[in-house]
Design a protein around this ligand. Structure first.
Ligand SMILES: [Zn+2]
Ligand SMILES: [Zn+2]
Length: 140
């Protein structure tokens, strides 16, 4: 069941947010883009909607022709990833004030994961190619 709503913010507090209809399933992405952007794997949740306060402090960056990534201009906190065409929004779970009820549900791009860390637990682990096929996209 989705979490009705939860508040969050960036590290410096210039950006505050309220996420609604949060899927409580954390997906970890080990792709090289997420690791370069975040400094580590992305741990994110899909949200139905996102209300932002302090929007003037949010910088949105086109990370590919189809997706954008948003971060706080002042402190650099990674906020979300959004598919431009559908508006599907994936929020970096660390921005939420509480992690209650969130569970690691899957890992993607395990073929790009460095060897020096592993995430514990029994959940699906997909390579980039397997992930793209599962969402109906073909690898480049
Ligand atoms: Zn900030
Ligand atoms: Zn990624």
């Amino acid at each position: 069941m989705a979490i009705e709503s939860r508040n969050g913010r960036c590290l410096c507090g210039a950006v505050e947010l309220t996420a609604s209809q949060i899927e409580p399933h954390i997906h970890a992405c080990h792709c090289s883009m997420c690791r370069r952007w975040s400094g580590g794997p992305a741990l994110a949740v899909t949200v139905g909607s996102l209300e932002i306060r302090g929007e003037e402090n949010v910088s949105v960056y086109d990370s590919s022709p189809w997706a954008e990534r948003a971060f706080c201009k002042l402190c650099g906190t990674n906020l979300f990833y959004r598919i431009k065409e559908t508006g599907m929004t994936v929020l970096w779970s660390g921005t939420l004030d509480s992690a209650d009820g969130l569970e690691l549900a899957g890992e993607i791009y395990v073929d790009e994961k460095p060897g020096f860390y592993d995430l514990a637990g029994d959940h699906p682990r997909q390579t980039g190619e397997e992930f793209l096929k599962s969402v109906g996209l073909s690898p480049e």
